[in-house]
Design a protein around this ligand. Sequence first.
Ligand code: SF4
Length: 497
Amino acid sequence: MKLQFQGHDYQYAVEQSLLALFPQERPLYDPIAPEDRSWAQVSLIQEGPVWTARTLLRHGEKEAEGVSGETIPEDCGVYEAEREKQKIVKLSFFQAARAVTGVTPPWGALTGIRPGKLAARFLEEGRSEQETDRILRDTYFVSPQRRRMCIETARQGLSAAAALSPRDIALYIGIPFCPTRCAYCSFVSNSVEKSFALVEPYLQSLLSEVRSAGEMAARLGLRVRAFYMGGGTPTTLTAEQMDRLLTEVERSFDLSGCLEITIEAGRPDTISPEKLGVLKAHGTTRVSVNPQTMEDRVLQAIGRRHSAEDILRAMEDVRAARFDHVNMDLIAGLPEDSAEGFCRTLNTVLTLGADNITVHTLSLKKGSRITLENRAIPSPEEVGRMLDYSIDRLRNAGLAPYYLYRQKYMSGSFENTGWCVPGAEGLYNIYIMEELCSILSLGAGGSTKMVDARRGRIERVFNLKYPKEYIERPEKIQANQAAFAAFYGGAGECSAR
Ligand code: SF4
């Protein structure tokens, strides 16, 4: 769709709306010609304190106009004023798009990754849940189900935030190896078969990073509230390697204030009673087993080398190890899946003893095999049926949503939602999604986020992506740690107070 702006340059805001409302279209900036059948002219004008955004949009044979306005007082801060202007630009685009397509997406005019943040802001400003619900309905056209989920997850974020102190952080460790690469994955994970020789040197580098990061955290007076090990698949490490790693974490970090330890045991073909025993012995409170589907056809289509039967067996071992909490991840919209298949999967998973179930929507990531090979996937309508079923089914089973987020190129512009029985919330997930505290990430591909929640300041540094370069260039780790320490005022003054 050709886009033309007047009086503003909110390219990102308009492109996000375009992606959500016309997923097949991509933005173009060539001049609009009379014969063009897909374009939008988006203007923004000011009359005194009143700003008006107007979108004239053509799609096929239909043309429509959307108008949205806001009074922005002169004494309004720059950040706030920008936010309001972008909001009305998006709303005008949304209204015009809705008029030509006749479709209201589940998240209405909301395009951001974290819809809960908007609801949290309203609640923090003292608005009631009813008022917040009304704004989400009347201004943003969010569906009833999504409004409810949005407010519930916002409440979880606010209560997690209230329990955090300025020097509280979460610790993340990444193990970028998997048995095989899943078809939907664009993550920098190396298949263990191909990179077996790298696992031990990687672990050596990681142990050294754990030691220096632990010293830094102690020097800065930081308290680890949640520790999460993900990947990749951490349980590709042997029991002995995992034991060495967790022993080093305990030696290097003071985990006495740590409220949870989560280890992803994502692939059932990497789980053994021996490894689970090591996790348990090191105080792991939650394991996450991520089958994504219980349909053998779908498992095969996504490149897994295990069957649904293997997942059932692995879950027996997990139950026998008696962790406080167990999470299982599912994906709606995988190749070869159907609404019926997804419902069967969910119903089976609900019998396996998990108190957390995360329902993802397939996101078409650029480097994934599904995208590269242009594989057939269920339609957005079918994915919608899967998610509708999951929402009702999980609520009926006594679970509630506690965090949610959206991603670019997500099938049907839906969401990923973490559900749990009350009291089983994974704090790390809330911290990272709501950006409540710093996440100190160790290992290849990790991204360290430095958050000063009180000042609304967020900075990021990234570890080297690939295990080989991570091993060969330890100076990058030192540079990242220096940036992290500087964010907290180095060894002396505290900036995140
Ligand atoms: S298990 Fe996760 S990280 Fe590993 S290949 Fe599959 S999606 Fe990627």
